[in-house]
Design a protein around this ligand. Structure first.
Ligand code: HEM
Length: 408
C-alpha cells in the first residue's frame, strides 16, 4: 500500500546537500556510508524530500535511541518502512495492540527455546557445508548465507525442508521489489510483491489447517495453541506473523553474513586474528552487526509537535532512523570506520534502538552468524573472494546478491 505524500511548510535549507536516502540506487551503486557521514556532520536531522518518501532522516546515535525509546511521541502505527503504509505486522503496531501480540508471539520465542535450538543450528550449518561437497568455486550467497537462516527458520516453523526455496523466492520478491532481478514485472511495481504475499498466506493457511488437526513440536503448532488471557491469534495476525518470520528471519541474517564475509575479505589482518583465536568470534560478530547493519532503517511518525536537537518536527511528520549511520557515530564509537574484531564495548543498534520493537530474533541471528563463521574457519581457512560482489537495489536491506568465492 503506498502513501499519499505530505507537504511541508518551512523547512531548514541544507544548501549543497543533494542526498536522497530513499533512492534505492544509492545503495546499489552509490556510497551510502559517505552520505551518512556527511549528514551526521552537516545535517543530523535532515529533511529528505526524496523519490520514494519524505521524512526527517536521523543519523546520530543519540537521536535513534531517543526516538526508539519514546513510542508515545514517535509511533509505529502509521507505517515503518519507506514508501510502504502500515503493512499489518507487529512492526507497524502501537500499544496496546503491539504489547498484546508481542506477548503472544514471545510464547513461541522464549530465550530457552532459542538456546535449545543451538545444536540444531550447528547441525544445519554443517549440512549446508557438507552439501557443497568438492565444489571449490561457489557463490557464497546462493550456497551458504541464503541457506543457513532460511533452513533454520523454515524448520523452526515446521514447514517441510523441501519448501524452503519456494518460501525464499517469495520473500525475495517482497524485499527486493526495487530490484529487477527479484521483481520480474519491473522495479517498484506492486503486482509481483502482492502476489508473493498472497502465495505466502495461502501456504501458511494450509500448514495451519494441517497443524490444527495434527499438532507437532513446531512453532506453527505452538503459535496456534498460544493464548493470552483466553485470547488466541486471529487468522490474519497469524499469517502475517509467519510471513514476517520468513522475511525477518532470513533476508536480514543472510545479508549480515554476506556483509560480514566481505568485511573479512577487506580486512585480512582481522580475518587472520579470528583464525588464530576463534574465541574472538563473539566480538567479531558484534562488529559485523555494527558495520553491516543489514536492516538499514525503520520509520516512526510524530504524534505531536515536538523537536529533535532544536529542529521542530510537526505532528504527522515521519522520522527515519538510519541504523548504519548511528552505528558509525564517532561520538560513540572510536575510529568508527575501522573493522575491529575485538571491539569492546560495542553498543551497536543493528537490532534497533532499544524500544518496544527491539528485534525478536536477535539471539537467533547471533547464534546463526557465529555458527557459520566458526564452521567456515575450521573447514576453509583459506577462503578467498574471486570476483566482484553485486549489491541489492534496496533502501531497506543492505543486501548483496552475489559474492563469488573460492573455498580452500
Ligand atoms: C542480523 C539479523 C537481524 C537484524 C539486523 C534485525 C534487525 C531488526 C530491527 C532493526 C528491528 C526493529 C527494531 C525497532 O524498531 O526497534 C527488528 C524487529 C524484528 N525482528 Fe529482527 N533482525 C534480524 C534478525 C531477525 C530474525 C532472525 C528474526 C526472527 C526469526 C527477526 C524477527 C524480528 C521481528 C519479529 C521483529 C519485530 C518486533 C516488533 O515489532 O516487536 N529478526 N529486527
Amino acid at each position: 500500500m503506498s502513501r499519499t505524500p505530505i507537504t511541508r511548510g518551512a523547512v531548514p535549507a541544507h544548501p549543497g546537500l543533494q542526498i536522497d536516502l530513499s533512492d534505492p540506487e544509492l545503495f546499489a551503486t552509490g556510497d551510502p556510508i559517505a552520505a551518512f557521514a556527511r549528514l551526521r556532520r552537516e545535517a543530523p536531522v535532515y529533511w529528505n524530500d526524496g523519490v520514494q518518501d519524505q521524512f526527517w532522516a536521523l543519523t546520530r546515535y543519540e537521536d535513534v535511541v531517543y526516538v526508539s525509546k519514546h513510542p508515545a511521541e514517535f509511533c509505529s502505527g502509521q507505517g515503518t518502512i519507506i514508501g510502504i503504509g502500515p503493512e499489518g505486522s507487529m512492526l507497524s503496531m502501537d500499544d496496546p495492540r503491539h504489547k498484546k501480540l508481542r506477548a503472544l508471539v514471545e510464547k513461541g520465542f522464549t530465550a530457552r527455546m532459542v538456546r535449545d535450538l543451538e545444536p540444531h543450528t550447528r547441525e544445519v550449518t554443517g549440512l549446508v557445508f557438507d552439501e557443497i561437497g568438492d565444489a571449490d568455486e561457489i557463490d557464497f550467497v546462493d550456497k551458504i548465507s541464503a541457506e543457513i537462516p532460511l533452513r533454520v527458520i523454515v524448520e523452526m516453523l515446521g514447514a517441510p525442508r523441501e519448501d524452503a526455496r519456494y518460501l525464499k523466492d517469495l520473500g525475495d520478491v517482497m524485499v527486493g521489489h526495487d530490484d529487477d532481478s527479484y521483481n520480474p514485472t519491473s522495479a517498484n511495481a506492486d503486482a509481483a510483491p502482492a502476489q508473493a504475499q498472497m502465495d505466502m498466506f495461502e501456504y501458511f493457511k494450509s500448514l495451519a489447517e494441517d497443524r490444527m488437526k495434527h499438532p507437532r513440536d513446531d512453532l506453527v503448532s505452538v503459535l496456534l495453541n498460544a493464548d493470552l488471557d483466553g485470547e488466541k491469534f486471529e487468522e490474519l495476525d497469524f499469517l502475517i506473523f509467519c510471513m514476517l518470520l520468513v522475511i525477518a528471519g532470513n533476508e536480514t541474517t543472510r545479508n549480515l553474513m554476506t556483509g560480514g564475509m566481505l568485511l573479512l575479505f577487506e580486512n585480512p589482518d582481522e580475518f587472520g586474528r579470528i583464525k588464530d583465536d576463534p574465541a574472538l568470534l563473539p566480538t567479531c560478530v558484534e562488529e559485523m552487526l555494527r558495520m553491516v547493519s543489514s536492516v538499514m532503517h525503520f520509520e516512526r511518525v510524530a504524534t505531536r509537535d515536538t523537536e529533535i536537537h532544536g529542529q521542530a518536527i510537526a505532528e504527522g511528520e515521519r522520522v527515519c532512523m538510519w541504523y548504519g549511520a548511528a552505528n558509525r557515530d564517532p561520538d560513540v564509537f572510536i575510529d568508527p570506520d575501522r573493522f575491529d574484531a575485538g571491539r569492546k564495548p560495542n553498543p551497536h543498534l543493528a537490532f534497533g534502538g532499544g524500544g518496544p520493537h527491539f528485534c525478536l530474533g536477535a539471539s537467533l541471528a547471533r547464534q546463526e552468524i557465529r555458527a557459520l563463521f566458526d564452521e567456515l574457519i575450521r573447514r576453509y581457512p583459506g577462503v578467498e573472494q574471486t570476483g566482484p560482489h553485486e549489491r541489492l537495489r534496496s533502501n531497506f536491506i543492505r543486501g548483496v546478491k552475489t559474492l563469488p568465492v573460492k573455498l580452500r
